[in-house]
Design a protein around this ligand. Structure first.
Ligand code: SF4
Length: 666
């Protein structure tokens, strides 16, 4: 049978959203590569997704519904039919609802790697109808969303391709080499054309030749460094008062706070040189166009929202907008607006909200009602959510009925009572909204679903019908959900035409033109069109710095993304061995050499991992990559076992980089 090349697009949690060409021979994927349907992704893809067929055909792939036959967590299951699986789930959920009320059931999901049919369609209708507890999906991007929404109304950001026009690029808390790789060629082109590049991050992810300045700030102190930049500009008389007067409000709140942080004071708090803060301030102020790439690293601590707000204020106080290659980029997810009310039936749902970062505690502590039923989909909390030991202990509760819908046998799936096989993005029809490039993609399946795997919209419709519910949401098929999604989605006010999207596989924007230029063809989507430096989203004390030192553990653990995993996806084969990265000085003090096994510990737990030594990580900070699976670790625990489940005051976000630890030879 000849090889066919079929069009697809990557739905994984990555800003780029590559268009793909997938080669298929005899209904089997033989190669995944880039296509030029999305010109922004420039004809190449990451090594992660080029190996995605290893997940599709993994020996760990879940192909049929199964029920648990061994102890909870032992991963022993036996095959059952879909009828039995659906019947059991409905029966158990009815029993739980009758005895404890609907709120005793918790749907648990996170949509980073999902497209638009996979979440908030029939699943929402199902859990609303049940009266289940609602989930605050806050493990990522909650503080950044609050800050960007309050200050700018989530105005679309500078397009990656426009970075080539910049003369100064500031990358703050982002690692494009791991999780935004299509920005990198634009950075290189800009630099070749003479642009200066500065990076603010506890770890340097570039070579020294690729950038001009690195500020290795201590995690959680970004807010004071950003305020010190503003302090310096204020002192030099460089604030753009014309822009501030015309386009912003409440700048006095910001400037009052900035006056408290001269560069010397901020330098002491952040563990960097005051001269470097001034150098950064001057680079930014004196170059035009200047652009800011704000990432998600700086939000992952209790000062997260305040830090993001102070960093997003930087282009505003200088008025660095209006030119191609100026402004800022954070998430562009709001550009294609999706009216979630149109995605499913309007079934009221006003039950309690549970912050997903508290899963372990919620499962273990007394609640009224307690969680007796858990439905986990699009998510692997054992590997990705803070307080890992508590989550594991909670999932081991014999009185907890757990359903997991998954593609492969993850660390969370092992704890299921009922396992449902889920399709991968290569086996389904979907619509994917990018959050980096300005594109919307249509996906057809490139292969038939493996085994009896099903897409989410079909699973929850099946469950709803089995419950005996007559709502349309449970009778709509995938095609009907495609219609619902396209009817509810608008790009710059223009509706999406499903037929055209199916034919062309991609839709672009018209700003006018394919890319926005902030304060030229796009302005803040706040109610009055102004940048608000003190929106309610930032709480009573915007820009307030909280000293995050914690009870005696001297090192801060960070857990950033790598080029091997997307959150925890692909951990089944692509990240076999956990490791710890530490600065040579910190290693020497503890008599640790490269390759030695370290014990990383705090009051929450301990993790054992071999040591890597690198000057690229600042003293006082150690690193374990995020998303690793338990099997990669010597003692079955990973970075999240050391992360407290505190949440940030802005957005209730996870505080991964608030983990304080000590490291010793194991
Ligand atoms: S993960 Fe990102 S870079 Fe890799 S294929 Fe998907 S969109 Fe492209």
């Amino acid at each position: 049978m000849p090889t066919k090349t079929l069009a697809s697009a990557c739905t994984l949690d990555c800003p780029d959203t590559c268009s793909l060409d997938v080669e298929v021979t005899e209904n089997k994927i033989t190669r995944i590569g880039a296509s030029d349907v999305n010109p922004i992704t420039q004809g190449f893809i990451c090594s992660k997704v080029s190996r995605f067929a290893e997940r599709v055909y993994s020996p760990d792939r879940l192909l049929y519904p199964m029920k648990r036959v061994g102890e909870k967590g032992a991963g022993k299951f036996t095959r059952i039919s879909w009828d039995e699986a659906v019947g059991t789930i409905c029966e158990r959920f009815k029993e739980i609802k009758n005895e404890w009320g609907g709120e005793a059931i918790l749907p648990y999901s996170y949509g980073g790697s999902n497209a638009l049919l996979g979440q908030d369609t029939s699943d929402r209708a199902f859990f609303a109808k049940l009266g289940a507890s609602r989930l605050a999906r806050t493990v990522c991007a909650a503080p950044t969303s609050e800050a960007a929404q309050g200050m700018y109304g989530k105005m679309p950001g500078t397009a990656f391709e426009d970075y080539v026009h910049a003369k100064f690029i500031l990358i703050w808390g982002a690692n494009p080499k791991a999780s935004n790789i299509h920005l990198v060629p634009y950075l290189k082109k800009a630099r070749a054309a003479g642009a200066k590049i500065a990076v603010v991050d506890p770890k340097l992810n570039f070579s020294e030749k690729e950038i001009d300045l690195h500020l290795p700030v201590y995690p959680g102190t970004d807010v004071v460094v950003a305020l010190a930049l503003i302090h310096h500009w204020q002192k030099k008389g460089w604030l753009n008062w014309d822009f501030l007067g015309e386009h912003t409000k409440n700048v006095d709140v910001l400037l009052k706070k900035a006056r408290q942080y001269p560069p010397e004071k901020a330098a002491e708090i952040a563990g960097v040189e005051a001269e470097d803060i001034k150098k950064l301030a001057e680079m930014y102020a004196l170059h035009d166009p200047a652009v800011l790439r704000c990432g998600w690293g700086l939000e992952r601590n209790r000062n997260g929202g305040q830090s993001v707000a102070a960093v997003l204020a930087l282009p505003a106080v200088l008025g660095k907008f209006g030119l191609q290659g100026s402004g800022y980029t954070l998430s562009n997810s709001n550009a294609h607006k999706v009216d979630s009310r149109g995605l499913t039936d309007p079934i009221p749902w006003n039950t309690r909200i549970i912050n997903m970062n508290k899963l372990g505690k919620v499962l273990l502590e007394e609640n009224d009602p307690p969680i007796k039923g858990l439905f986990n989909y699009n998510c692997n909390p054992v590997a990705t959510v803070p307080n890992q030991k508590a989550i594991i202990a909670g999932l081991q509760r014999e009185d907890l009925f757990t359903v997991v819908s998954e593609q492969v046998m993850t660390d969370t799936a092992r704890f299921a009572d009922i396992l449902l096989p889920a399709v991968t993005f290569l086996e389904q029809k979907e619509i994917k909204k990018a959050y980096g490039s300005y594109t919307l993609h249509y996906l057809d399946p490139v292969i038939e679903p493996l085994g009896e795997a099903k897409p989410n919209e079909e699973v929850f419709a099946l469950l709803g019908r089995s419950m005996g519910w007559q709502d349309q949401a449970f009778f709509d098929d995938t095609e009907a959900y495609l219609q619902r999604v396209t009817r509810s989605t608008h790009g710059m006010g223009k509706p999406v035409q499903l037929d055209q999207l199916k034919k062309e596989k991609i839709a672009f924007f018209d700003f006018p033109g394919r890319a926005p230029v902030q304060f030229q063809n796009i302005f803040p989507w706040t109610p009055d069109g102004r940048i608000n430096f003190a929106p309610g989203n930032l709480g009573k004390n915007p820009y307030e710095y909280l000293d995050l030192k914690r009870n005696g553990y001297p090192l801060t653990l960070i857990s950033p993304a790598t080029d091997k995993l997307i959150s925890s996806t692909l951990g089944e084969f692509n990240f076999p061995k956990l490791f710890l990265v530490m600065n040579p000085g910190d290693a020497r003090t503890r008599s640790l050499e490269k390759g030695a096994t370290a014990r990383i510990f705090n009051d929450l737990g301990e993790v054992f991992a071999p040591v890597q030594i690198s000057r690229k990580i600042r003293p006082g900070v150690v690193l374990i990559p995020k998303g690793a699976w338990r099997k990669s670790s010597k003692n079955g625990l990973t970075s999240t076992a050391l992360v407290p489940d505190d949440v940030s005051s802005v957005g209730g976000g996870a505080c991964f980089n608030d983990a304080r630890v000590e490291v010793a030879a194991a």
